[in-house]
Design a protein around this ligand. Structure first.
Ligand SMILES: Cc1cc2nc3c(=O)[nH]c(=O)nc-3n(C[C@H](O)[C@H](O)[C@H](O)COP(=O)(O)OP(=O)(O)OC[C@H]3O[C@@H](n4cnc5c(N)ncnc54)[C@H](O)[C@@H]3O)c2cc1C
Ligand code: FES
Length: 304
């Protein structure tokens, strides 16, 4: 259930060939890239992509791995798909990528979502395990692999997917094709329930409860999800998307303030913390190396 805190250094940078780069919604694209000898990639792990050979933007940009394909098949090209939102210089440049262009990938990096079967609730096996995935907009990225991995398991997996409007739900159809159990919310009511995805979570937890909540999306949403899960006494894991420069723990640019992991438990975090000085009870972790997925109770949310 716990993360090793070590970078996955079997990762090397690779030159990959662009297979496709499709616009799927006004601000969202899917980028497919070949990857020979594709390693196993856990849901929540990411790659650092160097988009251009120009000096600006020099830095790589982090992207979650959305899909993998071709594993185990001799004849089929192996590769990955990422789903990206155009927000700035780098992602705008990415929209110009064409089939057969070469990109530079570093990965897979980081620690993904913990396997639900390592949860103390899974002692009796998969049957009856109730998992909720909460995604906000582009925060959907890690959940396709997760849903696919457990698609045929005896666990119950539910996706709560929220966005501003119908154009802010990238990959929505992929989950329909997977036959996922999914509830949608949009702030403008253009599709699904009008409101926030956190409203769906509150409803789901009060109706059916859950054994684990996994979440990815904007920080405000994650903070709210963490609070709701804590109130309901449900373990919650969040994927953070701090801006990154190196992606491998070298530049300290993605630091996040945490509560020392040895002092939080499922219950009673506050009583234990009150006996410790601030210096003792808080420390910084690197989102790229120690995360991007963290136990929600580990994050100093008020400092984020
Ligand atoms: C582990 C991880 C996984 C990610 N997975 C995905 C993914 O699957 N798909 C996807 O579209 N994006 C993902 N992101 C976010 C993505 O890396 C940024 O959107 C991208 O780096 C922006 O690059 P840019 O050059 O276009 O924007 P910049 O020109 O660098 O910035 C443009 C604007 O976007 C903001 N911004 C930049 N980086 C981030 C960030 N990390 N979070 C929030 N705002 C940011 C800047 O503050 C600025 O306002 C992920 C980030 C992390 C850390
Ligand atoms: S991005 Fe450099 S330490 Fe995390």
């Amino acid at each position: 259930m716990h993360f090793s805190g070590k970078p996955i250094l079997r990762s090397k940078n690779k030159l990959a060939t662009v297979l496709y780069n499709k616009k799927i919604l006004p601000f969202y694209y899917k980028l497919g890239m070949s990857w020979e000898n594709l390693p196993r990639i856990e849901p929540g792990q990411f790659i650092m992509l160097r988009i251009s050979h120009q000096v600006d933007p020099l830095l790589r940009r982090p992207f979650g791995v959305y899909k993998t394909f071709g594993q185990g098949a001799m004849s089929k090209k192996q590769g990955i798909e990422i789903i990206y939102k155009v927000v700035g210089k780098g992602t705008k440049l990415m929209t110009d990528l064409k089939p057969d262009d070469t990109v530079d990938i570093l990965g897979p990096l980081g620690n993904g979502f913990p396997n639900p079967l390592s949860s103390p609730f899974a002692k009796g096996g998969q049957r009856g395990l109730n998992i909720i995935m909460v995604a906000g907009g582009i925060g959907i990225a890690p959940f396709y692999l997760l849903a696919k991995n457990y698609q045929r398991s005896a666990m119950s997996l539910k996706l709560l997917f929220g966005g501003r409007g119908k154009d802010d739900l990238p990959g929505f159809e992929d989950f329909q094709k997977l036959d996922s159990n999914m509830d949608i919310s949009t702030e403008d009511g253009s599709i699904g329930k009008k409101g926030l995805v956190t409203d769906l979570l509150k409803k789901e937890l009060s109706k059916k409860g859950a054994h684990i909540v996994y979440a990815c999306g904007p920080k405000g949403m994650l903070k709210e999800v963490a609070g709701i899960a804590e109130k309901a006494d449900v373990p919650c894991y969040v994927s953070l998307d701090n801006a990154m420069a190196c992606g491998i723990g070298a530049c300290l640019g993605c630091a996040v303030k945490t509560v020392r992991s040895s002092v939080f438990g499922v219950r009673g975090k506050k009583e234990i913390n009150s006996q410790l000085s601030t210096r003792d009870s808080q420390l910084y972790k690197m989102v790229c190396k120690d995360g991007p997925v963290f136990n929600a109770r580990e994050i100093a949310w008020e400092e984020l």
